[in-house]
Design a protein around this ligand. Structure first.
Ligand SMILES: [Ca+2]
Ligand SMILES: [Ca+2]
Ligand SMILES: [Ca+2]
Ligand SMILES: [Zn+2]
Ligand SMILES: [Zn+2]
Length: 406
């Protein structure tokens, strides 16, 4: 193990080795550890397991989530990890909700959980997870130790807390056919380390996955990547009740179709991402492929989605019943309004506003009709941009509005 860890070989446990041994290590065996040190130094790079998927279109799914983090964040971390691994290569790995059709099944387990006795989990001891090589059945599956204290952000991963992203991204490398690398800093290095939200796949890992599945060409579509949580949000979620952000967050890293805050979590909608839309709002009709605008009604439990010339009211406390689209005209819009750009409740007067181009409407939540004398011109609101993409109210703390197509 000492030789494989890419640290000076002294024949004894020196300080560098001890530092490394304190960190949690992947249970996956070092199948190359019997190679001589000389040989390792000449070929210090990624290692393959000798197994790979025989197809390029793979599916991932979740048997169960841990209760220690929000389900939404776990889903995003899984999706981001698969996107990071597939982006440099020819793999397409999509989410599949039916576990029977899933290649890479993710689950959290405790102690002995049906895997071989060498793969028993160990409470908060060193083993945090394991993954199976590509193949049928258990092949490709990722098991994570549910006795660990799983956390989201890298700065939370202190003491014995384990970051899901850093662990999971590593395990997926095994699921796709990579073994451990002796290159420190690579995600396939056998020692766990926490990684930032904007982590990019290190060079050695890219070389490894490309050795297995080739290089993604320019005409292949990029894999979908969940948007980064903006740092102003993830850093101080508990202070939003009383503190106004010092400046508008820079959301120019991408653009959104719609944004809404639901019980202190911000949801972004972007393009044709029906998988994500239907994952979180599963009673929406399957044919809906994009959301133009969304807002939470003042009752705090009804989301109103806008898609083209229709809207849908979605009760987040009772989402067992199917939700049906209704025409915008039934809200009092003129029949030539074929869509709206954005919707929000303005914190200043708690009124609901809809936007389209340079026009806006005020909406009466009691009668469920746009008010008389609307639409009006947005020039009325000095300094506000027109043709906005999305708008939302942040913790009822005022107006947060922005052209996201900056
Ligand atoms: Ca499998
Ligand atoms: Ca453990
Ligand atoms: Ca929009
Ligand atoms: Zn490993
Ligand atoms: Zn297992």
């Amino acid at each position: 193990m000492q030789r494989f860890g890419n640290i000076p070989i002294t024949g004894a446990l020196d300080e560098a080795t001890l530092e490394l041994l304190k960190r949690k290590r992947c249970i996956f065996p070092d199948i190359t550890s019997n190679i001589s040190a000389n040989h390792i130094s000449r070929t210090k790079r990624y290692k393959l397991t000798g197994l790979k998927w025989k197809k390029n279109d793979l599916t991932w799914g979740v048997k169960n989530y841990t209760k220690k983090m929000s389900t939404r964040r776990q889903f995003e971390i899984f999706a981001r990890s698969f996107a990071l691994w597939s982006e440099p290569t020819t793999l397409n790995i999509r989410y599949e909700s039916n576990p029977a059709r899933v290649d890479i099944l993710i689950g959290f387990y405790r102690g002995a959980h049906g895997c071989s006795k060498n793969f028993v989990f160990d409470d908060k001891e060193d083993i945090v997870g394991h993954a199976y090589f590509p193949g049928e059945g258990l092949g490709g599956d990722v098991h994570l130790d549910d006795d660990e204290d799983w956390v989201d952000r890298d700065e939370e991963a202190i003491n014995d807390k384990i970051q899901l992203f850093g662990t999971f991204l590593h395990e997926v490398g095994h699921s796709l056919g990579l073994a451990h690398t002796p290159v420190s800093g690579a995600i396939m290095y056998p020692y766990y380390f926490a990684i930032p939200e904007n982590f990019q796949l290190p060079y050695d890992d890219k070389l490894g996955i490309r050795a297995l599945y080739g290089v993604r060409t320019a005409n292949m579509p990029r894999p979908w990547m969940p948007p980064h949580m903006p740092t102003w949000w993830t850093k101080s979620p508990t202070t939003t009740q009383s503190v106004r952000p010092k400046r508008l967050p820079d959301l120019c890293f991408t653009s959104f179709d719609a944004v809404v805050e639901i019980r202190s979590e911000i949801y972004f909608f972007k393009g044709k991402e029906p998988v994500v839309i239907h994952y979180f709002f599963y009673s929406l009709p399957k044919k809906i492929e994009h959301i133009d605008a969304v807002y939470m009604r003042p009752n705090g439990k009804e989301l109103v989605f806008f898609t083209g010339a229709n809207y849908l009211i979605y009760n987040i406390e009772d989402d067992s019943k199917p939700v049906h689209p209704r025409p915008l005209t039934s809200l009092g819009f003129a029949s030539n309004v074929d869509k709206i750009d954005a919707a929000m409740i303005w914190g200043y007067n708690e009124k609901t506003f809809f936007f389209k181009g340079s026009q806006y409407w005020r909406f009466d939540e009691k009668s469920m009709r746009v008010e008389a004398d609307y639409p009006r011109d947005m020039a009325f609101w000095k300094g506000l941009p027109t043709n906005i993409d999305a708008a939302f109210t942040w913790s009822r703390n005022g107006l947060l509005i922005r052209r996201f197509n900056c």
